[in-house]
Design a protein around this ligand. Structure first.
Ligand code: ADP
Ligand code: MG
Length: 237
């Protein structure tokens, strides 16, 4: 039987920061695999290394030691051009604070990655519309971010992240600024996208009430990753 190539995997992923004479070991040897069509939640307290992990997976930061393989190719051996190519076409990133451009409408925000990728007008418009429909916001296409609720802004940000059809979405506490209803809606959207489009989602969160919606939950603690069990008691605020 042929092996299913993981979308992304890490081997002994390590990242330390030198601050003055102090060394901070943010990641201490992480081994993980994300397969196509998987929704994985990474839970961990503030300062546990979630952002560091996601940034390295996205090729935005480099490990001190260890490897990241994207579809079996080592990110560490790629030049800037190849990394940009992966960030543009293979990975959609969703931030806690949405990161939409305030002067652009929802439509224009979602369309932007297609412009950058040089997609022609007609196809750009069709794909932008289709993606806004997936997140349920076609009726808000002309609104600027400040005319949208937090939950709606995050759905626009997710539309922007998926408009290029990347196989992987990385989300860094995407529900951190949302109330519990909107937070559930965002995780529900991830769940649906994984099912309907076969993409993979890796989302950091510190909200234990969302974890049941993921296929798999990993806990990051002191820079180490493990399978999470019985987290409710530890992450209840
Ligand atoms: P989380 O996202 O889980 O809150 P982070 O990945 O942001 O955690 O941080 C993990 C650890 O690394 C923390 O102790 C943090 O203070 C430290 N850290 C993160 N970024 C830097 C940096 N640029 N310089 C020094 N220390 C950092
Ligand atoms: Mg963080």
């Amino acid at each position: 039987m042929s092996r299913v190539v993981p979308l992304i995997s890490t081997h002994n992923l390590t990242r330390s920061y030198q601050v003055g004479s102090e060394t901070i070991n943010a990641l201490r040897g992480i081994d993980m695999t994300v397969s196509p069509g998987q929704f994985i939640a990474v839970v961990g307290r503030s300062g546990s290394g979630k952002t560091t992990l996601l940034n390295i997976l996205a090729g935005l930061d480099k490990p001190s030691d260890g490897q990241v393989l994207f579809q079996d190719r080592d990110l560490g051996t790629m030049n800037e051009k190849e990394l940009t190519e992966i960030r543009r076409h293979k990975i959609g990133f969703v931030f806690q604070s949405f990161g939409l451009l305030p002067l652009l409408s929802a439509f224009e925000n979602v369309e932007l990655p297609l412009r950058i990728a040089g997609v022609r007008t007609r196809e750009r418009e069709a794909r932008t519309r289709e993606t806004l429909e997936i997140v349920g916001l076609w009726n808000r296409a002309k609104h600027r971010p400040y005319e949208l609720s937090g939950g709606e802004q995050q759905r626009v940000a997710i539309a922007r992240a998926i408009v290029n059809n990347p196989p992987l979405i990385l989300a860094d506490e995407p529900t951190g600024e949302l109330d519990s209803t909107n937070a559930r809606a965002i995780f529900g959207l991830f769940k649906d996208m994984v099912k309907a489009q076969g993409i993979s989602v890796l989302s950091a969160t510190h909200d234990s009430t969302l974890l049941a919606m993921a296929d798999e939950v990993k806990e990051i603690r002191d820079g180490k990753l493990s399978d999470a069990t019985n987290l409710g008691h530890r992450y209840r605020d």
